[in-house]
Design a protein around this ligand. Structure first.
Ligand code: FPP
Length: 243
């Protein structure tokens, strides 16, 4: 089976799952965190090299204050409790996104986990936190423009690799497979540049109900896809146009 080198997941549906159970939305985030933990371990054991989880978008800051602060505390608690386990599983942890908006105690927990797992060589686990792809691209453009203004590079030297390396995801390779749960079929400002040739897998399963079996289904679907990256394969029957 062809395994994706990089899986990115939009973990959607926590709120709806909780509402169906007549519980507060935050209950869904707590269950969603347990699911994230299982999926991280599963990816690591399957030999996946890179996993990016969309944990909090720039738009999520507009949610009610109580929900935002609970999500932040869930993240802090997850990192405090899980860092030892990450090290044991040889998982290297990092984050992408606007860290300037993250509360100090959460930022501190992130820093400690990043440091503790820095030498790990297994799964590269990335949380997209306070992340928005348009913001990321805007910053990359600003960064490249400043380098041009400083005379470090010429405008004609700007190519895809210059842009790639100015993005916060660098040097993680582009995602081969993007999974979104809960029936929504959109990217919601997630990895817009990096998703140029990603395969998409949408499932109606709400994130808190997502299991290792669902991941297996997504991986099976991925291995059946023919990825041509805009080219044709030798077997493609190319018809000639008659006048
Ligand atoms: C989308 O569900 C989910 C989020 C906005 C947060 C995702 C966060 C977690 C799963 C918990 C923290 C994660 C880790 C990795 C520790 P939603 O609230 O938008 O659900 P809805 O669309 O049903 O309202």
């Amino acid at each position: 089976m062809t395994l994706p080198k990089h899986i990115a997941i939009i973990m959607d549906g926590n709120g709806r799952w909780a509402q169906l159970k007549r519980r507060p939305r935050t209950f869904g985030h707590i269950k969603g965190t347990r699911v994230a933990k299982k999926i991280i371990t599963d990816c690591s054991r399957r030999g996946i090299k890179n996993l990016t989880l969309y944990a909090f978008s720039t738009e999520n800051w507009f949610r009610p204050q109580a929900e935002v602060s609970l999500l932040m505390q869930i993240l802090r608690r997850y990192l405090k409790r899980e860092t030892e386990n990450l090290v044991k599983e040889n998982i290297r942890f990092s984050v992408i996104g606007d860290m300037s908006r993250i509360p100090a105690d959460v930022a501190e927990a992130i820093g400690k986990s990043v440091e503790a797992t820095a030498q790990c060589t297994g799964l590269n686990l990335v949380f997209a936190l306070s992340y928005g792809s348009r913001q990321e691209i805007t910053e990359a453009v600003r960064d490249i423009a400043a380098r041009v203004a400083a005379g470090e590079i010429n405008p004609e030297d700007i190519d895809e690799s210059v842009i790639n390396s100015a993005l916060s995801t660098y040097p993680t390779p582009d995602p081969d497979l993007i999974i979104r749960t809960s029936g929504e079929q959109r990217l919601s400002n997630f990895l817009l540049w990096q998703a140029a040739y990603s395969e998409f897998y949408f499932t109606d399963v709400l994130w808190p109900n997502f299991t290792e079996c669902h991941l297996e289904e997504a991986l099976n679907a991925f291995s059946m896809r023919q990825r041509r990256f805009g080219k044709v394969t030798a077997n493609d029957n190319v018809e000639k146009l008659s006048n």
